[in-house]
Design a protein around this ligand. Sequence first.
Ligand code: SAH
Ligand code: SF4
Ligand code: F3S
Length: 452
Amino acid sequence: MKKVFVKSYGCQMNVYDAERMTDLLATEGYSETKAMEEADLVILNTCHIREKAADKVYSELGRVRELKEEREAQGRETKIVVAGCVAQAEGKEILRRQTAVDVVVGPQNYHHLPDLLKRSKAERLVDTEFPIEDKFDHLPALQKSRIQSRGVTAFLTIQEGCDKFCTFCVVPYTRGAEVSRPVARILDEAMRLADAGVRELTLIGQNVNAYHGEGPDGSSWTLGRLLRRLAEVPGIARLRYMTSHPRDMDDELILAHGDLPALMPYLHLPVQSGSDRILDAMNRKHTSDEYRRLIERIRKRQPDLALSSDFIVGFPGETDAEFEETMRLVADVGFAMSFTFKYSPRPGTPAAELATQVSEEVKSMRLARLQNLLETQRQAFNHGTVGQTLDVLLEKPGRHPGQIAGKSPYLQPVQFESDAHQIGEIVTVRIVRAGSNSLFAELIGTGDKVAA
Ligand code: SAH
Ligand code: SF4
Ligand code: F3S
């Protein structure tokens, strides 16, 4: 049997795509391996979001090339495929920079992989034209054994692409225009996942709350409506969604928070900056006060909501005072978790052309201060759950024998002692201690049994 090794960089969408690629290649006789040196096919599923992410691909390709040469000396062939967002953004430039690469395939074209691999015997190929057909129509249906090997939580792509064109961001160019999958296809996938033991679904999309898929009745469904329907799927106990844009938090979605017990009290809602002038220059199309008011409204519905966000420091032209506005917003709102980035100029994006680039030194100083504040908030949030009674979805064995590990509703890793419980169960625990990265708990009851 031939073996495929896939390495993914970047966001959850790439994780999902990597699973779909290996599912597709399984129908072509490839089994998945976690050891690159034994792979007949190496796929790098790449990310273009920041310069560092994109650069990593070329250093990794250098390593893969050596491997290909070593295997060749032993008479074994290795195909190298570059997929994902760098593939889309750089196309044949990748073939030019790294001659060991056989195929470059974009995120909307990977259903062509079997054909590309066959044709690559004769020539090196690039497939990055956005296709007319929908790749999901050409991917194999999820198989029970393959789902089970991936655990009790799963990502499900419901929307892809972005029409927002934030001035710093490559995603609209690498993933293409916003497309929502039809409700029936999503439900079918959700039921297959649930049937194989999945208990928690994270609906994913570059702009997941802009979802507007076709419903069974022909009308357009919002994310709020879709969540209500998915909450009825037997076996699914938890729902999450990411990544959302503040402008697309409509009333139906806000109502779902608090109304739907399955919808977890955790929301990743990137704000990027606390300065109205910077938000405008980023083309985010909302003010910092609008964000504050939005959070207030959602918290009214779901008071224990844990909030997470992305922040960019050192966007072109950002002054000290404007950075302080970001610090103030963080202090006012309070985040349980966050991701912080130094602005990275990306080829082809409007912000990269601005003459007012901020120095690395200033970016580093701002990043350190912001991270400090957010880390204090994260620790405070975790310590705040000590003494609380929380449900935990058991996902895997714990670090030590006799321990089992799972996640709280707020996405915090939780460990406790147990040999009587199974992966996939949801149990009620009391949090007794907060470590730096996970919570420690004692068992007080079983919330529910795994659906038969
Ligand atoms: N669609 C999502 C996020 C996509 S990218 C949204 O609208 O929020 C994930 C995060 O990467 C972004 O939220 C942003 O904080 C960061 N990011 C994107 N482009 C960047 C760039 N050029 N430099 C630094 N960070 C960037
Ligand atoms: Fe990028 Fe903005 Fe689209 Fe998010 S909303 S993917 S940051 S362009
Ligand atoms: Fe990266 Fe593409 Fe995701 S650029 S963050 S892999 S959409």
